[in-house]
Design a protein around this ligand. Structure first.
Ligand SMILES: *Cc1c(COP(=O)(O)O)cnc(C)c1O
Length: 524
């Protein structure tokens, strides 16, 4: 292969390769974070993975979470000073989370453990990465500017169907040298999701409602990214480059590896398992970032045996893991009760396949070209065998999802959100004898309407009774809390009705409107 390891030695650091074998040399961590996507359209992966011994992993339980995260970043030998890593991690994982453990584990029974990834400011698991990445993005850009390889600042543009937008706003607000604009479909997000976004504080943030649906938003943002004349204008007039910081950024993936190593250590420290015992991990999966992080944790040394991939009715990953063919040529996008997993093209799968082919950039390029042209690709028998060694997959329909919320509440007096319910139900179907760690990716109060349907036996998508439909999102959560006794609603969700609305602008979805709005924001 064309990769040179010399460059990594030159940096004294672990460098990053791209999954399509296009780049001739590896780039350092800071460059990979600022770039997001590698040249040629591939994704960055680390040249080498650290390995931690069982004792190293067990020792993580003795440190606060921020130090665990710092320890892993140092093990990856990233090109920022140790003191900077410590300081950035202290900012990423501190009292911005409502639990000192950051992502505590609740054990439902001896062998079923729920990893609660929603204690961050927006109550969804994307905070685990997006409270961390922006600090490293800011520090990486600052370092590259100091070295003279970069002389601009950044504006992050995000099109969101709900969850990502708020998590990105909270993560990037106040970060120096970066501003952020989020576009959401007007009328296309829940009352809670809209209020979460339009009440965001901070000077470097902007939120627009867009006339159209999520697809219109996303297309508008993609076209804006592709408009070279606009890019030139932004650099010349504002010294700003656009960036997306989306979930394919390595800087969003690495923070997720931390919690799988860390939670293994916690299960040992709590006496739930013996050091070295195998566990399985079940992840409600959309873009394949979260479950890929678990796979990396396994490579690094966590005794994870099987990775259980849970999908909703958009079951492209289930079918892929069961057949070796990824096929969206005849597949409709389905709106489900777990909307954050509604996805057809699961972008982080590319990284997983790169690793499982033994880092064969040519094979990945071919498959990605097939996906682009024929809307399907088929992996070779060896790679498929490796997929089967690591992964099991199942898809859970809306009825089962809602029924599971009710069953788990009845059986364990524990209320879960629809995404976690998909994982719980899949884990029941796929598990063997190992203890299972289930990734819980959102607080139930983010999806109160579907939780209400679950608790009242309404069908998926069935209209709520008029008096319930008339409630605000906060009021509906209050009602559910009253009915279930689950009144620990995170402050960031409970107080939304009382917060000042800062952003009311509604714009068209065309490039012109988005560019005009962006320009006006940057000229403020
Ligand atoms: C984003 C998201 C997922 C899917 O995670 P991936 O890393 O994209 O697989 C699952 N649940 C919730 C609540 C999410 O916000």
């Amino acid at each position: 292969m064309a990769y040179s390891l010399d460059r990594a030695e030159h940096f004294g650091q672990n460098g990053y390769l791209d999954t399509r074998g296009v780049a001739e040399t590896a780039v350092p961590f800071t460059q990979a974070v600022v770039d997001g996507l590698a040249q040629g359209g591939g994704l960055y992966v680390p040249e080498a993975l650290p390995t931690l011994s069982l004792d190293d992993i067990a020792a993580l339980a003795e440190m606060p979470y921020a130090q665990r995260a710092a320890a892993l970043y140092k093990a990856f030998n990233i090109d920022l000073p140790d003191e900077a890593i410590d300081e950035l991690m202290a900012r990423a994982y501190g009292d911005n989370f409502d639990d000192a453990a950051i992502c505590p584990i609740t054990s439902l029974d001896e062998n079923t453990h729920i990893l609660e990834l929603w204690h961050g400011p927006t109550s969804a698991f994307k905070d685990m990465a997006l409270q961390c990445l922006p600090h490293f993005f800011g520090a990486s850009a600052a370092k590259l500017r100091e070295e003279g390889t970069l002389d601009n600042e950044f504006m992050i543009l995000v099109a969101t169907s709900g969850d990502t937008g708020k998590a990105a706003l909270e993560g990037f607000k106040g970060v120096e040298g970066v501003s952020i604009g989020v576009l959401f479909p007007d009328g296309g997000v829940s009352d809670i999701q809209r209020k979460q976004m339009v009440t965001t504080t901070g000077d470097n943030v902007q939120v627009w409602a867009v006339r159209g649906n999520f697809d219109d938003c996303q297309t508008g943002v993609k076209r804006t990214f592709a408009d070279e004349a606009f890019a030139r204008h932004l650099i010349e007039d504002h010294r700003i480059a656009l960036s997306s910081a989306n979930s394919i950024n390595w800087g969003r993936l690495l923070p997720q590896v931390v919690y799988y190593l860390s939670s293994y250590a916690e299960l040992v420290a709590a006496g739930r398992i013996e050091l070295g015992d195998p566990i399985d991990v079940c992840v409600p999966t959309g873009n394949f970032g979260n479950i890929l992080a678990a796979w990396y944790a396994k490579q690094i040394g966590a005794p994870i045996e099987r990775l259980l991939c849970a999908s909703n009715d958009n079951r492209v990953l289930t079918d892929f893991i069961n057949t070796g063919t990824y096929d969206i040529s005849d597949r409709e996008f389905i709106l489900t009760s777990s909307p954050s997993m509604d996805i057809l093209v699961s972008s982080n799968l590319e990284r997983q396949l790169f690793e499982l082919t033994g880092r064969d950039g040519e094979a990945i390029s071919r498959w990605m070209a097939d996906l682009n042209e024929k809307r399907r690709f088929r992996i070779d028998a060896d790679t498929f065998a490796r997929v089967r060694e690591n992964f099991s997959a199942d898809s859970i329909d809306n009825d089962t999802c809602l029924a599971t919320i009710r069953e788990v509440l009845d059986a364990y007096d524990y209320l879960i959100d629809p995404h976690t319910a998909v994982a719980f139900a899949a884990a029941q179907n796929l598990r063997g004898d190992n203890p299972v760690l289930i990734a819980s990716t959102a607080h139930w109060a983010k999806f109160g309407d579907n939780v209400y349907r679950a608790l009242h036996g309404l069908a998926p998508h069935e209209a709520l009774p008029a008096e319930v439909a008339a409630l605000t999102g906060c009021e509906l959560n209050g009602l559910i809390a009253e009915e279930t006794g689950k009144d620990q609603i995170p402050a960031g969700l409970a107080q939304l009705d009382a917060m000042e609305v800062r952003f009311t602008e509604v714009i068209d979805s065309g490039t012109e409107a988005i560019e005009e709005a962006t320009d006006a924001f940057l000229s403020r």
